[in-house]
Design a protein around this ligand. Structure first.
Ligand SMILES: [Zn+2]
Length: 59
């Protein structure tokens, strides 16, 4: 069991078996968060929603 803090609402989130790169949803605020592992530390980062149609202005 790993305890993480949501970077958006700062509530505590418990994960049974976090995986690096996993996208989870905060059960408190509903934000999409990416699980990251740095050394032995687990962190949550706000996952940026990837838009399939990004503006490409290479003219
Ligand atoms: Zn949250």
């Amino acid at each position: 069991m790993v305890r993480l803090e949501c970077p958006v609402c700062e509530e505590e989130i418990e994960l049974e078996a976090p995986e690096h790169g996993e996208i989870i949803e905060c059960s408190w605020c509903g934000s999409k968060l990416m699980v990251r592992r740095i050394g032995k530390q687990w962190l949550l980062e706000v996952a940026e929603e990837e838009e399939s149609h990004e503006k490409e202005e290479w003219l």
